[in-house]
Design a protein. Structure first.
Length: 557
């Protein structure tokens, strides 16, 4: 039998293997987690000192949701993750059993091959196919499962990231096992045919998957968002899917149908609502060192420039911002239209001011503070345009949003603690200003604001806000510096050298509060800082004196 005949025989063999059995327990295991997440809040025992979380069904769930829902993983969420892993394990065992005997039998024809490794590769590949559909349903853009249940959307973002990394590991493992087992009946350089297994397209799919994961790493995504968000999603994903189709068209087909079905009925509508870009008027531009401060109006005459349906936002909300400026789109000339256009290069930026103006009335303008991330980045191009002194009338920007909601309302807390690191202070500034301005007319929780900085220039970017907060009877601000500078006086503030003790700060917050009081902890900044705050909140919550609720601000949405 020739090599081409043998490869076609292999294609016929694999095409007869069922891609999915809808009657099997594996299918049930795939559906159960989402049902668990949806009803998860209802099975938690009632606890005293509760706040109402955000969510379409929050009014049904909030009486049963405890503080642990926001501080740590709940048993119901852990069970949902276990169900997904069991689904993958059951699918792997099912297909390994199918492939094992035929692949081992081929060792008689190919003595140097390893049938067990090939059976493992084929079974892992079936797991990877199923992971494509699950990854889309886990996607934070499809976070309706968490929105309905009133759970923190940051939890969905974390699941999406981890599952994406796991998906890439499984994909790599498939080809490692193929290399160990030997591509016997379908050699790597065999002519392309219409049979099931075609290695070259499969390898293209693997390379695209690895490239997407690499651009999704925080070290890349933080500085080069457009390479991850535009190039990755709009160019690498088709390479992954179509490469998978040509590699194994029969088995991949039902999973692609399921994945695109979820994308079409959930992802597209949410993306349209969240990211419709509108031309917005710039009122004021300030360049403060490596920081650009833009003041924009949410309405021009009778026309709204912020919000597709509603122009109101809340502390912690963010917008998608695109700016026309030289070099503002690093993809220009490197990506096909329309990805190289100015309006196509948009970035998530937190609104730095609250929806309440200095006069106590609804704010008419909103402020964005953009930190330059270095040469060749979008933010550096924006900063260069600001430093040229171009008047606000010459700026052309597009804004989509506002998006993003706090996991729980600050006014439902007895006290608020804000932890910020560096430029992560933006949403915390909005919250602090909200509390300060709101306290003039309404009873507002006291705020302890802890800000850790290394670059003292960031204080200049928020000089007007800091001036307003100084002397506030509602907000207590403590600034810590980790730099080697000896200057501990700036902008009228006294800086404390070193890092704060998050455990100690949270433990001290309950000293003057009644038992079972609710303390809202909000944090944004570098990952180590946010992890330390989350750990401190969990420790403080386990002490039992007060109930700590944690909101972690992210740009994952």
């Amino acid at each position: 039998m020739s090599a081409n005949e043998l490869c076609c025989a292999g294609g016929l063999f694999t095409s007869q293997i069922p891609s999915a059995d809808p009657r099997s327990i594996t299918t049930i295991l795939m559906i159960v987690p989402w049902v668990l997440i949806l009803i998860g809040g209802m099975v938690n025992k009632a606890q005293p000192g509760l706040v109402q979380p955000k969510g379409l069904l929050g009014s049904l769930f909030h009486k049963r949701l405890g503080a642990g829902t926001f501080v740590s993983q709940t048993p119901i969420q852990i069970l949902a993750v276990v169900c997904i892993l069991l689904f993958y394990g059951a699918r792997f065992a099912h297909f390994f059993q199918i492939h094992y005997e035929p692949e081992v039998a081929l060792e008689a024809i190919y003595p140097d091959s390893n049938g067990s490794a090939r059976a493992t590769a084929l079974a892992l590949y079936q797991v990877w196919l199923a992971m494509m559909a699950v990854q889309i349903s886990l996607g934070v853009k499809n976070m309706f499962w968490f929105i309905l249940a009133g759970l923190p959307v940051e939890r969905a973002a974390g699941y999406h990231n981890l599952h994406g990394y796991l998906m890439c590991v499984v994909h790599i493992a498939v080809w490692i096992c193929f290399a160990i087992g030997g591509l016997t009946y379908r050699p790597l350089l065999a002519p392309f045919c219409t049979c099931t297994l075609n290695p070259i397209p499969g390898i293209i799919s693997l390379v695209a998957n690895v490239a997407l994961v690499c651009t999704a790493l925080p070290i890349v995504r933080r500085k080069h968002w457009e390479w991850f968000y535009l190039m990755g999603h709009l160019q690498l994903i088709p390479m992954i899917t179509f490469g998978a189709i040509f590699f194994d068209r029969v088995n991949v087909f039902p999973w692609l149908v399921l994945a695109f079905a979820q994308w079409g009925w959930a992802d597209i509508p949410l993306r349209f609502y969240m990211k419709v870009m509108q031309h917005t008027q710039v009122v004021k531009v300030q360049a403060k060192g490596g920081y650009t401060v833009l003041t924009l109006t949410k309405a021009k005459g009778s026309r709204k420039t912020l919000g597709l349906l509603n122009s109101r936002w809340e502390p912690g909300s963010y917008v998608w911002l695109a700016v026309r400026a030289p070099g503002a789109n690093p993809l220009k000339g490197k990506a096909p239209p329309p990805f190289g256009s100015d309006f196509a290069c948009y970035h998530p930026i937190t609104i730095a001011t609250p929806p309440i103006g200095p006069d106590g009335q609804p704010a008419k303008d909103f402020e964005l503070v953009i930190k330059s991330m270095g040469p060749g980045t979008w933010s550096e191009a924006v900063n260069k345009k600001a430093t040229t002194g171009a008047p606000a009338s010459q700026w052309k920007v597009w804004v989509g949003g506002p998006n993003g909601k706090l996991s729980f309302a600050p006014e439902h807390c007895d006290k608020i603690v804000l932890f910020a690191g560096g430029i992560g202070v933006t949403p915390m500034m909005s919250l602090a200003l909200w509390a300060h301005r709101r306290s003039r007319e309404f009873k507002t929780p006291l705020v302890h604001f802890i800000w850790v900085i290394r670059d003292h220039q960031v204080l200049d970017a928020f000089d007007s806000t800091l001036a307003e907060l100084q002397g506030s009877s509602t907000v207590k601000l403590d600034v810590y510096t980790t730099s080697n500078m000896n200057d501990l006086e700036k902008n009228g503030l006294t800086l404390t050298k070193g890092r704060p003790s998050f455990d100690g700060l949270l433990a001290s917050t309950s000293a003057s509060l009644k038992e079972n009081s609710v303390i809202g902890v909000y944090t944004c900044g570098p990952k180590p800082l946010m992890q330390a705050v989350a750990h401190a909140a969990a420790v403080a919550n386990s002490a039992g004196m007060c109930k700590y609720f944690l909101h972690e601000e992210t740009f994952e949405l």
